[in-house]
Each structure stands twice: as structure tokens, then as C-alpha cells.
Design a protein around this ligand. Sequence first.
Ligand SMILES: [Zn+2]
Length: 61
Amino acid sequence: MAGIFFGIADALLRKRRCPKCGKEQVVPRERTRDTVKCIKCEASVPPPSRNGRSRADTRRT
Ligand SMILES: [Zn+2]
């Protein structure tokens, strides 16, 4: 089982900081890809982008 490594990666994915107030919060596993609301100020906290890829990376040639 690779449970330990996977657990760490999972925890990192789920930990998110509010861009507005800086409050850290843990996002439920099923919501790691969603924008969630800050538990403190209710601002939108978007999911972290992977590898710096933007959403506009869908062009085809
Ligand atoms: Zn906040």
C-alpha cells in the first residue's frame, strides 16, 4: 500500500488558504476540485492550479 504518501498528497490538496483573509482550511475530499467558501469570511477559495497550467490550455492544432 502507498497509503502514507497518498495521504500526504491528499492532505496538501485539501489544505487551502483563503486569498482574502488568509484563513487556512481543510477542504473535504470530494470538494478538492471545487471552489469552496471560506469558513471565516465566506470569500470564494478556488482550488490550487496544478503545475501552473491555466484553464485556457485547451487549444488544439
Ligand atoms: Zn477568508
